[in-house]
Ligand binder design. Structure first.
Ligand SMILES: Cc1cc2nc3c(=O)[nH]c(=O)nc-3n(C[C@H](O)[C@H](O)[C@H](O)COP(=O)(O)OP(=O)(O)OC[C@H]3O[C@@H](n4cnc5c(N)ncnc54)[C@H](O)[C@@H]3O)c2cc1C
Length: 280
């Protein structure tokens, strides 16, 4: 196995162009586990950890541009006030050691339907900044997930950053697992309320081949803007559950996931509305 180490972003792009078969490594918390478990042996690894540009975040036209090397720990400690949904999801990832190494970009690269960053990225309408020697491509998050553990990146592209809109209202993330920590989601849900525009964003995790929005639930709430009304909350939950397409697997049954999603959607909507009432 060849080991390539890029020290600048330009060098990383050149290396990926020369070796499209190289597997990028950011925190390595997915890649190294796969290799250790002998689930695959890449022809080459492209280590991105020395690339300083990737470890930065910045505020750009209403978004936080989170560099591909920004860890979950830094999302929690540095961005929780501006990206509360993503920070909540980050707190549930693995253990402190995993959060110190793992990144949102790595979660996107792996594109597991159970990845915890996906629901808040969908709920806020994030955009993935991909780049290759041919140029930059801004990929709306809804177009990024193309199948189970598959994404829209071309073979010569790398993730440079993810652009997440600044908080426009309360955001919540809810995750069900078989225990409280170090657990892959049985299912998860993210919500982002925009009270000024009377809109809601949603993201469903671990309950379909890819993470996905609950588009009908979003439209229903926009048309019936009474998030505090229990009947509206109940119907919103039903529509979120209807948007899922879960399977039975070792972590949970299809029926349990459908039920749990309806409960999580109703509850997170209630929490978000309560926060809005308390703080406005
Ligand atoms: C013990 C343990 C617990 C875990 N718990 C959770 C959990 O609770 N929730 C959760 O969501 N995940 C969990 N994970 C999985 C993992 O930590 C996350 O998916 C994490 O976000 C991966 O980030 P990383 O930087 O380590 O990615 P890496 O392992 O470096 O890479 C992951 C994938 O992304 C690709 N990639 C990395 N960087 C780039 C880039 N810049 N451009 C293009 N592709 C890139 C890699 O090639 C690879 O396919 C856990 C893992 C372990 C080992």
């Amino acid at each position: 196995m060849d080991f390539l180490r890029a020290t600048t972003w330009a060098e990383a792009l050149r290396m990926k162009a020369d070796r499209p078969d190289a597997t990028p490594v950011q925190g390595g918390t997915d890649v190294m586990v796969e290799i250790n478990l002998d689930k695959g042996r890449p022809k080459a690894l492209l280590d991105l950890t020395p690339v300083a540009e990737l470890t930065e975040w910045s505020v750009e036209s209403g978004n936080i541009r989170v560099g591909a090397g920004v860890t979950y720990t830094r999302v929690i400690t540095e961005l929780a006030d501006r990206l509360p949904g993503l920070a909540q999801a980050s707190r549930t990832v693995g253990s402190p050691q995993i959060r110190n190494r793992g990144t949102v970009a790595g979660n996107l690269g792996a594109a597991s339907p159970a990845g915890d960053s996906h629901p808040p990225l969908l709920a806020t309408g994030a955009i993935v900044e991909a780049e290759s020697v041919d140029g930059v491509r801004m990929i709306p998050i809804g177009d990024f997930y193309t199948g189970v553990k598959r994404n829209a990146l071309a073979a010569n592209e790398l993730i440079r950053a993810v652009h997440v809109p600044l908080r426009a209202g309360p955001q919540y993330f809810s995750k069900i697992g078989t225990r409280n920590a170090m657990v892959i989601a049985v299912c998860s849900f993210g919500i982002a309320l925009n009270v000024a525009e009377r809109t809601v964003g949603t993201g469903i995790g671990s309950a379909a081949p890819t993470p996905r929005r609950a588009v009908e639930a979003e439209a229903f709430l926009a048309e019936n803007w009474s998030p505090g009304d229990p009947e509206v909350g109940r119907r919103f939950g039903e529509l979120v559950a209807a948007a899922a397409a879960p399977i039975d697997d070792v972590r949970g049954s299809r029926d349990y996931r459908v039920h749990a999603l309806a409960v999580m959607a109703r509850r997170t909507l209630g929490w978000a509305w309560e926060e809005h009432r308390r703080t406005s």
